[in-house]
Design a binder for this molecule. Structure first.
Ligand SMILES: Cc1cc2nc3c(=O)[nH]c(=O)nc-3n(C[C@H](O)[C@H](O)[C@H](O)COP(=O)(O)OP(=O)(O)OC[C@H]3O[C@@H](n4cnc5c(N)ncnc54)[C@H](O)[C@@H]3O)c2cc1C
Length: 503
C-alpha cells in the first residue's frame, strides 16, 4: 500500500495540542476540507479516520493483472469539474481522445461499443439498443420537470415505464422485436439501479443532480487513488490519525461546561479531542445507522428526518480475471439482454440460490461485463438493486461460478474459459460505509439537502459542519461533489474566523 495512505497509522495516541478543527472521516470530502484549511493558513487540523487507510470510497486495489477500483473509478464530466482539472494538471487522464470533446450525449451511449446479446446468444441490433435508450433518456429529463409538484409521481421508474409503453405503441414492431426491446428496457433498468445505487427505480428521482458536460466515463491513470494522492500531498502526516473511529461528538459548548473548547470528539478506542469546529464527513449510511448515538446532544428532529429520508443504496462490482484475455482487442464488453428465449434444456444457471422478493435469483441483476482500460486481463461486472444486497452474503466461489455460466450463456460463440480469479466489493456490509452512495428518494422534500448541510448550532455560530457526497446539492453520489462539499465546509469556518477577528 502507498505510504501516503497510512500516514499516521504508526503514530500512537492523539496529539497533545488541541486542534482548531477535527474532521471525522478521511475520504475525499475530509481531505479536501483539510487541504483547503491548511493551504489558507489553518494548520491545526486533525483528520480522524476509522479505517487503517485513507480514501474511503476511493479504493484502488493492485493485483497481478493491474489496478481495479473498488469504489470511484471514473471522473464524471469535464466542464467545471475540479477533479478533471486536477487530473489534467497531474497528467492522470487515460488516453484523452476526440471523444472527450463530445458533450451532451446520452450517458449510456458510452456503452454502445459493447455487444448487447440475448440469453440465446443473439446479437441485438445496435439501432434497437440506441432507440430504446434514447427514449429513456427523454423520460429521465422529465423527472426533473415535476420535482416541485407534490401531486406528481416523480420516480424514474414511473417515467420510464410510461414513456416506454407509449413508445412501443407508436412502433409497428413484430412480436419478436417487441420482446427484444423489452429486454433492452430491462437492461436499462438494471443499469439505472446501479447508477443510482437504489433498491427500486420507483423510489428514486433524478432530483437536483446536474451533469457536468463532457465525457461521463473518464479513466484515471494508476486508478482513482492517483487523484486522491495528489490531494494528500499537501497534508502533513501529523494532521491525520487512521485506525481511529469516532464514537460521539459533543457539539455544544454548554454541554462541556468548564472546558475552554466548544466541542469534544470521543474516539472508540479511548481518548478525547477538544476543538472549536467539527466537520463530519462520514457516509450517509453511517449517519443514518448511528443517528441517535453519534451526536450529543442529539441532532434537531428536522435534520434527522431530512437525513433519514435520503436514499443510500448498494452497488456491487465483480472483477473477473483470466490468465490471458479470451477476447479480441476490438471487444469492449458484453451486456445481458434477457428475452427468456434460451433453450431450456441448455440452461445451466443455478436456481437453488438466494432469490429476490419476486423469486428471481440474485444474478438476474447483473448488467453485463466490460473491459477495463488499465487492466488487460480483467472484465468488470456491475450490479445494483436487491441482487447487490444478496450478493454480499455469497462466497466468491459461487459468484465466480455463476458469472462464468452467465458469460457462456450470453456469448456461446466465444468458448470462455473459467476465470482465474475474482474480486468483489462489499460496501453494504462495511460498518464504516453501509452502502455505496446517495440518491434523492421520492420521500425527499424540497429543502432537504439545505437542512442536511446546515451547520449547528446555527449558521451565525457554526460549530458542527457536514460534508461528504450526500451533502452536495447538484453532484451528490460523485467524488467531485464530495470534494466540493469539503471546500464549502472549510470556507464556512474561514469566514467565521475572519468575522470573529474583525469583532
Ligand atoms: C462502487 C462505487 C462506485 C463509484 N463510482 C464512482 C465513480 O466512478 N465516479 C465518482 O465520481 N464517484 C463514484 N463513486 C462515489 C464516490 O466514491 C463517493 O461519492 C466519494 O468517494 C465519497 O467521498 P466522501 O469523502 O464523501 O465519503 P467516503 O469516501 O466514504 O469517506 C468517509 C470516511 O469516513 C470514515 N468513517 C466512517 N465512520 C467513521 C467514524 N465513526 N469515525 C471516523 N471515520 C469514519 C470512512 O471510513 C471513510 O473513510 C462510487 C462509489 C462506489 C461505492
Amino acid at each position: 500500500m502507498d505510504a501516503r495512505l497510512v500516514t499516521a497509522s504508526g503514530q500512537v495516541g492523539l496529539p497533545r495540542q488541541d486542534p482548531m478543527v477535527v474532521i471525522v472521516g478521511g475520504g475525499i470530502a475530509g481531505v479536501s476540507a483539510a487541504r483547503h484549511l491548511i493551504n489558507r493558513g489553518v494548520q491545526q487540523v486533525l483528520i480522524l479516520e476509522a479505517k487503517d487507510r485513507l480514501g474511503g470510497r476511493i479504493h484502488t486495489v493492485t493485483g497481478d493483472s493491474g489496478n481495479v477500483d473498488f469504489g470511484a473509478q471514473y471522473i464524471h464530466g469535464q466542464d467545471e469539474n475540479p477533479l478533471y482539472q486536477l487530473a489534467l494538471q497531474h497528467d492522470l487522464i487515460v488516453s484523452p481522445s476526440s471523444k472527450l470533446k463530445d458533450t451532451n450525449k446520452s450517458i449510456t451511449a458510452e456503452l454502445y461499443g459493447n455487444e448487447f446479446r440475448t440469453d440465446n446468444g443473439d446479437l441485438v441490433p445496435k439501432n434497437t439498443v440506441r432507440d430504446v435508450n434514447e427514449v429513456l433518456e427523454e423520460a429521465y429529463e422529465k423527472c426533473n420537470c415535476c420535482l416541485d409538484n407534490a401531486s406528481t409521481n416523480k420516480s424514474i421508474g414511473h417515467h420510464f415505464e410510461t414513456r416506454f409503453e407509449d413508445y412501443l405503441q407508436s412502433c409497428d414492431d413484430s412480436e419478436n422485436d417487441v420482446i427484444t426491446k423489452r429486454g433492452v428496457f430491462d437492461w436499462r433498468i438494471r443499469w439505472e439501479l446501479h447508477d443510482n445505487s437504489c433498491l427500486s427505480l420507483f423510489d428514486a428521482t433524478n432530483g437536483s443532480y446536474q451533469n457536468n458536460s463532457g465525457d461521463y466515463f473518464i479513466d484515471v491513470r494508476g486508478g482513482f487513488q492517483s487523484i486522491f494522492h495528489s490531494l494528500l500531498n499537501d497534508i502533513p502526516p501529523e494532521c491525520v490519525r487512521t485506525g481511529t473511529p469516532v464514537s460521539r461528538i459533543h457539539w455544544r459548548g454548554e454541554e462541556n461546561s468548564g472546558r475552554s473548547r466548544k466541542c469534544t470528539v470521543e474516539t472508540k478506542h479511548g481518548g478525547n479531542v477538544n476543538c472549536y469546529y467539527v466537520i463530519v464527513t462520514v457516509p450517509l449510511g453511517v449517519l443514518q445507522t448511528n443517528i441517535n448515538t453519534l451526536f450529543c446532544p442529539t441532532l434537531p428532529q428536522s435534520k434527522k428526518e431530512a437525513l433519514c429520508r435520503r436514499g443510500f443504496g448498494s452497488v456491487v462490482k465483480i472483477f473477473l480475471t483470466w490468465t490471458e484475455p479470451f477476447w479480441e482487442s476490438s471487444f469492449e464488453g458484453i451486456q445481458f439482454v434477457w428475452t427468456c428465449s434460451a433453450d431450456k434444456s441448455k440452461d445451466r444457471l443455478p436456481k437453488n440460490t438466494l432469490t429476490k422478493k419476486n423469486g428471481d435469483p440474485w444474478w438476474r441483476d447483473i448488467d453485463g461485463f466490460h473491459v477495463l482500460k488499465e487492466n488487460p486481463r480483467t472484465l468488470l461486472g456491475w450490479m445494483g438493486g436487491e441482487g447487490a444486497r444478496l450478493t454480499e452474503d455469497l462466497s466468491e466461489e459461487e459468484i465466480l461460478h455463476t458469472c462464468h455460466l452467465l458469460l457462456q450463456q450470453f456469448a456461446p460463440h466465444l468458448k470462455i474459459p473459467k476465470p482465474q480469479a475474482i474480486k468483489r466489493t462489499q460496501w453494504l456490509s462495511d460498518e464504516y460505509t453501509k452502502g455505496a452512495f446517495s440518491y434523492i428518494s421520492t420521500y425527499n422534500e424540497p429543502g432537504d439537502t439545505e437542512e442536511m448541510v446546515k451547520p449547528l448550532p446555527s449558521e451565525e455560530d457554526p460549530t458542527l459542519l457536514f460534508a461528504g457526497e450526500a451533502m452536495s446539492h447538484h453532484h451528490f453520489s460523485t467524488t467531485h461533489g464530495a470534494y466540493e462539499t469539503g471546500i464549502q465546509a472549510a470556507n464556512i469556518i474561514l469566514q467565521n474566523e475572519a468575522k470573529k477577528n474583525r469583532t
